[in-house]
Design a protein around this ligand. Sequence first.
Ligand code: SF4
Ligand code: SF4
Length: 158
Amino acid sequence: MLRIENNENFETCKRCGGQCCKNCAGIYHPDEILKLPDHIIKQMFESKLLAVDTWDGDPRDEYEEDKELYRVYYFRPRHKNEDHIVSESWGGECVHLTETGCSLAFKDRPYQCRALIPGEERCTWEPECEKRFVSVLYIPHQDKIEELIKPYKQAIEA
Ligand code: SF4
Ligand code: SF4
């Protein structure tokens, strides 16, 4: 996982009003969630803090020969007013967003949230933190995630 120093910029984010967090919650690195015991992950699901979303298709390079996946599950915080734990969301406002910004300490925020560097003109991140690349990191963990979401699979049918 890319090592990311605290890059918070309260003034810039305050002026922006948290557009990133209003559009879609950032994606966790798989290790940030899968290092936790299963019962804690389930508690996070049931407390409406954690959701499973999907990369639609195979996120690996289009020229890789063994492309065979039609979706890849990944973890992100739940969106406000989201009905399901397993979701094919087109976006929403993160549950952790408050009137004064993110309620999580910087170190506890998802990988993608920590990687996004606020900027006046535009915000930037390293290519390896983009959704496609983070989704690739989840490929070895699909069976484990399938097992975790089995009781909650309302939105997506296998
Ligand atoms: S990181 Fe960028 S998009 Fe997100 S709140 Fe800050 S300035 Fe706005
Ligand atoms: S966890 Fe915090 S920084 Fe990340 S999307 Fe949610 S409110 Fe924004």
